[in-house]
Design a binder for this molecule. Structure first.
Ligand SMILES: [Zn+2]
Length: 330
């Protein structure tokens, strides 16, 4: 009897092995369902916020803005001036405004030492000949190499139309539309561009690839205000294949900052909007220890009041999209 009770009590306290396994499996399945449900609840909103992020926050984390104690006054700028200046963005989405322009000069007429010019028709903005001459002279002093040639500068709309049509005939319209700027969409319309090539003793012009001695130019051009406008890792953003020969003048602090932060012009024009005048400004210091202050002013209809410092030199450039960028030399 005692023995029976003992067996009976064991029966009540310990379930037989098969029913313990079933219970264990049951609770394991329940636990898995709960964990999976929690994971979906936590991860899905996180994923959703990840995909929405570009719409709500800037693509790039900004370099901290600075507050300065400069005194400002306001100058009135007409809206069409957003299409003028060394920071204008020109591509197939933001076409060049062909305003009357008398500031183009022949590179040949103002040529410095240490490089060649393909012919007298290569024209650029007068304001960029000095930095270009300085860059090429320093390059020549460093390398002793004098066969780099200024091959192409300003292009008219008609000139770009011929280039586009020839490429379309040769490679088909789809390829041309992918890799060649449309008439109006070429940076060469701005006059802030110089394409380089290599001159040979036979009088030929070879492709400039930015290697060998020429690597110096591609690595140092930002100190003279130029950028390699179509880098290898930005083709999806620029819409133009890698062009190591195409140098675009944007101004020294901008070129230095774009190079340091690895931003192409499409990215930089968006980036700089994180520094509107009312908030902090972007400060950039060049290799000569000159510091610049940069800020953005959105354009209004008609005239825009652009704040400029009372007693510092400054430059105002349009961005060819929606506003002005002010560069102050401190
Ligand atoms: Zn070019």
């Amino acid at each position: 009897m005692q023995h029976y009770r003992y067996r009976g009590s064991r029966k009540q306290r310990y379930a037989p092995p098969h029913s313990r396994i079933i219970t264990w499996i049951f609770f394991s399945v329940i636990a898995c369902i709960v964990v999976a449900g929690l994971a979906v609840c936590l991860i899905y909103p996180w994923k959703a916020s990840q995909t929405q992020e570009p719409e709500t926050t800037p693509v790039f984390a900004p370099v901290p803005a600075v507050q300065t104690s400069l005194e400002y006054r306001t100058v009135q700028y007409p809206r069409d001036q957003i299409a003028r200046g060394p920071l204008i963005l020109v591509n197939n989405e933001h076409l060049c405004e062909f305003l009357e322009d008398s500031s183009l000069i022949s590179v040949y007429d103002k040529k410095g030492t240490g490089y060649k010019v393909s012919d007298t028709t290569v024209k650029i903005q007068a304001s960029i000949i000095d930095p270009f001459n300085e860059m090429m002279e320093t390059f020549y002093q460093f390398t002793g190499y004098s066969d780099v040639m200024a091959a192409s500068g300003y292009r008219s709309k008609e000139h770009q139309t011929r280039i586009f049509n020839n490429n379309a005939l040769e490679n088909g319209l789809t390829q041309a539309e992918k890799w060649i700027a449309r008439p109006g969409g070429s940076e060469h319309h701005t006059g802030y561009v110089i394409d380089l090539s290599i001159y040979t003793e036979q009088g030929l012009s070879l492709d400039y690839d930015g290697t060998g001695e020429c690597r110096w130019i591609n690595a140092n051009c930002q100190e003279y205000g130029f950028v390699v406008r179509y880098p290898q890792d930005k083709t999806e953003l620029t819409g133009i294949d890698y062009e190591p020969w195409h140098f675009r003048y944007v101004g020294k602090p901008h070129a230095i900052f774009m190079t340091e932060q690895n931003l192409c012009l499409e990215e930089y024009i968006e980036y700089i909007k994180q520094y509107p005048f009312e908030k902090g400004h972007l400060q950039v210091t060049d290799g000569d220890d000159v510091t610049y202050e940069i800020y953005y002013v959105p354009a209004q209809d008609g005239f825009t009041g652009v704040p400029v410092p009372k007693d510092k030199s400054y430059e105002i450039s349009g961005n060819n999209v929606d506003g002005f960028i002010v560069t102050v030399t401190l």
